[in-house]
Design a protein around this ligand. Structure first.
Ligand SMILES: Cc1ncc(COP(=O)(O)O)c(C=O)c1O
Length: 489
């Protein structure tokens, strides 16, 4: 039976009956490396974890591994983990156990157990990403974390600097917050555009990272920039950006920087306190395979933490960083409470899974590029868990492209490499990309995103622990059949 806590007065904010405020709990964990209060572990949660820890490990990429660990439908060729992930069964079952536990005695759970369980999960997550637990909070997704940062940024005279290969909604968020702020503060005077969008020419050749840094060095100006935002792994182009160097460059220029690491947690080793970005966000539901609804915002500087407002204001407002984010009204916390179990699973299986994904990536890229006579949008070493592969000519009926045309365009860009410019624009549009993606989805049961970049079509192919070579063979054959039959009409 749980020990009774009958101490006087509410701790923290609102009328929650936690034994200690969230701020004090997190500070204590950060200082002592142990939980200051007991964390309730429901038997149903322990029961959900046990089979996954005992199971003799099947080889990643086998049908048994996929069925034992994931829900992905075997009747689909699913090579689009990068979009919305694909949750691990362990996380889903642990989350379900927490959800049921909550409903057995909702007051006891929310009022007296939740905050300690949250703090424990935060501590485990922080250890995994090289952070003090004091420096980060859970958010439901990256978008929430980025909104919190952008809403707290002063856009009265300065704007955001980002790359045109950055995540699209960041531009919209910035425009919205800047417009709101400027309409309430602007009295004439000049201000920088809300968004400086820096162009990155495509495709990219060996050494593009150096050219990118040079370009940012020349075009990023502290007097116009309230915040620079870079993706750790870009969404449409799947590139791993040189974030350490970008952070250092921004700081040399006195510009605060946010890294959008939506694709990083679970796919890339993270050491966030060392990285030193002013703000870093990442998602749990993509490559950590958490149930949907868990992400984090990392803010190592105490002054910036004090300034960041949670986008939803509730009881924890004005009680500190953790209090303001932990409670945005009553909601489902089950996904984040599953994080410690998932980290335990990754601790056991992660090395084999990573090894599987990286050798799959090499083999599949070779298979597809040989079969289609094409290549990647950037050198293979530029990619993390996803790769952008060029489609062969002939995938769209009525768009006559010699299979060699894009290769020739790439060669032209390669020749002009030092001038950092786009290859000649291709004949395709985003409508063509949609037609091909729809055809693959509806006619072939292949789920893969098709991207139109600079007028050329690319497939963004993901490599997850449940994928196997057969997935990429099916993709190869589907595209080959489309070409043989005269392209999608
Ligand atoms: C680079 C990047 N940033 C942000 C997001 C948004 O993530 P969420 O919808 O979980 O907020 C995504 C989603 O795919 C992404 O790829």
């Amino acid at each position: 039976m749980a020990a009774a806590d009958t101490s006087r007065g509410y701790k923290g904010f609102g009328s929650f009956h936690a034994e200690m405020s969230v701020e004090d709990m997190v500070a204590s964990v950060a200082k002592h490396g142990s939980m200051p209060v007991s964390v309730h572990s429901p038997q149903s949660v322990l029961d959900a974890i046990e089979p996954f820890m005992k199971a003799s490990c099947k080889q990643p990429g086998t049908a048994e591994f996929k069925a034992d660990n994931f829900y992905i439908d075997k009747n689909w060729t699913f090579v689009n983990h990068g979009a919305f992930g694909g949750a691990h069964r362990l996380g889903m079952q642990v989350a379900a156990a927490w959800r049921e536990h909550c409903e057995t005695q909702p007051l006891q759970f929310v009022d007296r157990q939740l905050f300690a369980a949250y703090t424990y999960a935060l501590w485990q997550a922080a250890q995994h990403v090289g952070s003090s637990p004091s420096h980060m909070v859970f958010t439901p997704n990256c978008t929430t974390g980025m909104n919190a940062v952008l809403a707290s940024t002063d856009f009265s005279t300065k704007g955001v600097y980002m790359l045109d290969i950055g995540y699209g909604s960041v531009k919209k968020m910035t425009q919205a917050y800047a417009a709101r702020m400027r309409s309430s503060t602007q009295e004439g005077g000049t201000c920088a555009p809300a968004v400086h969008m820096q162009h990155v020419p495509l495709p990219l050749q060996e050494g593009w990272q150096r050219r990118l840094l040079q370009e940012v060095e020349e075009t990023l100006h502290a007097e116009h920039t309230a915040l620079a935002v870079f993706d750790h792994i870009t969404s449409n182009t799947a590139l791993v950006l040189p974030v350490q160097e970008l952070v250092q460059l921004c700081h040399r220029k006195g510009v605060p920087v946010m890294i959008d690491g939506a694709h990083a947690w679970g796919s890339t080793p993270l050491d966030l306190d060392s990285l030193g970005a002013d703000y870093y966000v990442s998602n749990g539901h993509k490559w950590l395979c958490c149930p949907k609804g868990v992400a984090f915002l990392h803010v190592p500087d105490p002054d910036l933490r004090a300034a960041v407002q949670a986008p939803i204001i509730s009881h924890g407002w004005d009680h500190g960083f953790h209090s303001s984010f932990i409670w945005d009204g009553c909601r489902d916390y089950a996904a984040l409470l599953a994080v410690p179990a998932l980290l335990q699973w990754w601790g056991q299986q992660g090395a084999a899974a990573q090894q599987h994904c990286s050798s799959l990536k090499e083999q599949a890229v070779l298979l597809l590029s040989e079969a289609w006579g094409t290549g990647c949008m950037a050198p293979l070493s530029s990619y993390g868990p996803m790769v952008l592969l060029q489609c062969p000519g002939g995938v769209l009926g009525g768009v006559p492209v010699e299979p060699q045309a894009h290769a020739a365009a790439c060669t032209a860009a390669l020749d002009a490499c030092d001038t950092w410019q786009d290859a000649p624009v291709g004949p395709y549009s985003s409508e063509h990309a949609k037609m091909l993606q729809d055809h693959l989805h509806f006619q072939c049961r292949v789920e893969v995103p098709v991207k139109c970049l600079n007028g050329w079509l690319y497939l963004r192919v993901s490599f997850a622990p449940y994928n196997c070579m057969e997935d990429y063979e099916v993709l190869r054959d589907a595209i080959n059949t489309i070409v043989q039959e005269g392209g999608v009409q």
